[in-house]
Design a binder for this molecule. Structure first.
Ligand SMILES: [Zn+2]
Length: 181
């Protein structure tokens, strides 16, 4: 099945710039991996998979990271078929970028656009949960300003989880320096 045209990609990227500095910078691939482990161990991960891929059981449970160092500047990329994320060596070592690339893992194997409304809804849900309401609010505002389409279903699922199972203290401890609410 062919993917839908990625018509809002430029506006999705543009909306992220002012949020990047609000998210925690990570010092090494080890820290990236630890953060990714927290994201995948949190119940929201599997919930978002189910919202995006109803009836499909193969939720990704692990991901490998590497750094792009060849060029001075390059864009981070996610190979959803191999479960590998390559991060730009400077800009990419940041929780916002890690969550962006990990969101691609949840919009797997479908006809949906790479940065379509399902992507932005899922990304916002992960940001609220793992980076807190500050970065979330700024990104929501930027999406509105840039007329980025957002699917509300993943966000509704996140809000419901927040009521049923607040962010655990263990998670909060391993993602220190972030605001959660
Ligand atoms: Zn992307």
């Amino acid at each position: 099945m062919k993917r839908k045209r990625d018509s809002q990609m430029g506006r999705v990227y543009a909306s992220e710039y002012s949020v990047h500095s609000l998210a925690t910078h990570l010092k090494s691939l080890k820290e990236v991996q630890e953060f990714a482990r927290c994201v995948m161990d949190d119940p929201l991960w599997e919930i978002l998979w189910t919202v995006n891929n109803p009836g499909c059981a193969s939720c990704p449970k692990s991901v490998r990271f590497s750094k792009i160092t060849k060029r001075r500047w390059s864009r981070s990329v996610c190979d959803v078929y191999c479960g590998v994320i390559r991060l730009a060596h400077d800009w990419g070592l940041n929780k916002l970028v890690v969550l962006h690339e990990m969101t691609h893992l949840l919009i797997f194997g479908q006809e949906k656009a790479w940065h379509g409304r399902e992507f932005t809804g899922t990304y916002l849900a992960l940001i609220n949960r793992h980076l807190g309401v500050g970065p979330y609010t700024v990104l929501v505002r930027n999406y509105k300003r840039n007329e980025v389409d957002v699917d509300p279903a993943p966000i509704m699922a996140m809000i419901k989880l927040k009521q049923d199972a607040p962010y655990s203290e263990r998670m909060a401890a391993t993602t220190k320096g972030t605001e959660n609410g």
